[in-house]
Design a binder for this molecule. Structure first.
Ligand code: ADP
Ligand code: MG
Length: 242
């Protein structure tokens, strides 16, 4: 069974028909990178995977459960999905450690001690064990984004969604975040990543999905989609970004 299966997904904002029939799956352990022009619906697609956006038509299955079904236990499904945004969205008034424990204690009902141990372990994984007491504004953008990744990992997600996690960073800080993501992928994490980092997609993705104007134009191994695209629209996009 696929970890995520999306069938015939349609999403409109008013008269703006943004997703126009998306079908795709993410298998357990797979790293899928979504590329495509600005405005093509990449963020909307990602947000439909955990129902931050509710589609007008189509289904989203997480481990076989239809989360668009109104009888579905949405909170339980969402707990399996971690999300990292372009703007890190940390809690500014909480320390790094507390940023990584608050959802564990409130949502998962872990004890404070257990949550802190897990938070310290995940902060160690992202190379920030020396920053547990710092506040977000004392950190660089790259460090803040790594806290956001640690916070998501502290919830033991089955799937991690990344929406352009390095787009807001100064160029010299991008590498540290990509290194953390590369390590996560090697550790077997299932990841769905919207990115403009073609070198990362080429190296880390099992599959690349090219989206344009609300549809998947082509998908396949990076060597095909990025290295030898079949569709003219993909070639035009790659000429602009490579
Ligand atoms: P991408 O991530 O590929 O740049 P988005 O999914 O963010 O594309 O946006 C696709 C289209 O949907 C754009 O036209 C955008 O203006 C529109 N859109 C996205 N989110 C909203 C929203 N919450 N309300 C209205 N329109 C939206
Ligand atoms: Mg976007």
């Amino acid at each position: 069974m696929a970890l995520v299966e999306i069938q015939n997904l349609h999403k409109s904002f008013g008269s703006n028909h943004v997703l126009r029939g998306i079908d795709f799956t993410v298998e357990e352990g797979e790293v899928v990178c979504v590329i495509g022009p600005s405005g093509s619906g990449k963020s909307t697609l990602l947000r439909c995977v955990n129902l931050l956006e509710v589609p007008q038509q189509g289904q989203v299955f997480v481990r076989g459960e239809d989360i668009t079904d109104r009888d579905c236990h949405l909170d339980a499904a969402r707990q399996q999905i971690g999300m990292v945004f372009q703007q890190f969205n940390l809690f500014p008034h909480l320390s790094v450690l507390d940023n990584c424990t608050v959802a564990q204690t409130t949502v998962l009902k872990r004890s404070k001690a257990a949550a802190e141990q897990i938070a310290r372990d995940t902060l160690d994984r992202v190379g920030l064990s020396d920053k547990v007491s710092a506040y977000p504004m004392q950190l660089s953008g790259g460090q803040q984004q790594r806290v956001a990744i640690a916070r998501a990992l502290s919830m033991d997600p089955a799937l991690m969604l990344f929406d352009e996690p390095t787009s807001a960073l100064d160029p010299e800080l991008v590498g540290d975040v990509l290194t953390v993501m590369r390590k996560l992928a090697l550790d077997g994490m299932t990841m769905l990543v919207v990115t403009h980092e073609m070198a990362f997609a080429r190296e880390v993705a099992d599959r690349v999905v090219f989206m344009d104007a609300g549809v998947i134009v082509e998908q396949g191994p990076p060597a095909e989609v990025i290295g030898n695209p079949k569709e003219e629209r993909t070639r035009t996009f790659l000429r602009r970004v490579l």
